[in-house]
Design a protein around this ligand. Structure first.
Ligand code: KIV
Length: 293
């Protein structure tokens, strides 16, 4: 095992992040940074900033497409946005999130759809939700050579089963079940597991029990990495903000202030200024006047 530090933030020495880097980071106690992105300019910015991993989440449905939840998101929606993100990403490990009904119906369907994320979407890996009920699917996708990230806890595609977006595994029996699921997913071949909205002590325990990294969202600081939905972190999506989100900026307000300034300048004709316009030469202008006479 290399003892060289794995620094994804050094501008001089950037290497493509792989699933192997994920494992090495865990072994060396270096937290993994992950954010969601859904388009080309954003993925360019995240990649240039040094993020370890970009998840094209099916949260796309809520924070970009305006749906109530993630259930209406289709394979075609996901692939369209994955392609844009892939074009903007050079170093980060990319993860395409398998949408509702793209892997639940049959193992064959799941393998075919997982393959489309790599072949048509340009992703490095895929993510799917669920524990013991997904083991055959995970095994088959991994067997096809496609790295799989698991997702346990609050799995948004089961929102109707949970009766809303609620924290999970707060009682001992459910917590034990989640730990078992995590171990089973690791055994089935997952290279990492997202833990969403679960108690911090449990997430820390799961992280210690697994050799593969855990990526937490609302799961405390004991995970091997952290992920947030970019729109939440930037303050671009205020329909609801989970308690676990840290809003690092308020871009919605900044966008509104900028747009108000633009509207005002259009109305007062301060925009466009001379520096934003160009003119015909005097000769060409004169010719035009002659022609129009
Ligand atoms: O869809 C998504 O963005 C996700 C993250 C919240 C982990 O699954």
């Amino acid at each position: 095992m290399s003892t060289e530090p794995i620094s994804s933030n050094s501008a001089t020495k950037r290497k493509k992040i792989t699933t192997l880097t994920f494992r090495q980071k865990k072994e060396q106690g270096q937290p993994i940074s992950m954010l969601t992105a859904y388009d080309y300019p954003t993925s360019l910015a995240l990649d240039e900033a040094g993020i370890d991993s970009i998840l094209v989440g099916d949260s796309l449905g809520m924070v970009v497409l305006g749906y109530e939840n993630t259930l209406p998101v289709t394979m075609e929606d996901m692939l369209h946005h994955c392609r844009a993100v892939a074009r903007g990403t050079q170093y980060a490990l990319t993860i395409g999130d398998m949408p509702f009904m793209s892997y639940q119906v049959s193992v064959e369907d799941a393998v075919r759809n997982a393959g489309r994320f790599l072949q048509e979407g340009g992703m490095d890996t895929i993510k799917l939700e669920g524990g013991r009920e997904r083991l055959d699917t995970v095994r088959a996708i991994v067997k096809a050579g496609i790295p799989v990230m698991g997702h346990l806890g609050l799995t948004p595609q089961s929102v109707n089963q949970f009766g809303g977006f609620r924290p999970q595994a707060r009682e001992a029996a459910a917590a034990k079940r989640l730990l078992e699921d995590a171990l089973l997913l690791e055994e089935a071949g997952c290279y990492g597991i997202v833990l969403e909205s679960v108690p911090a002590q449990l997430a820390e325990l799961v992280s210690k029990e697994l050799d593969i990294p855990t990526i937490g969202i609302g799961a405390g600081a004991g995970c091997d990495g952290q992920v947030l939905v970019l729109q939440d972190l930037l303050g671009l999506f205020d329909r609801f903000t989970p308690r676990f989100v840290k809003q690092y900026a308020n871009l919605k307000v900044e966008i509104m202030e900028t747009v108000r300034q633009y509207i005002a300048e259009v109305r007062t004709r301060d925009f466009p200024g001379l520096e934003h316009s160009f003119e015909m030469t005097k000769d060409e202008w004169q010719k035009l006047i002659e022609v129009l006479k």
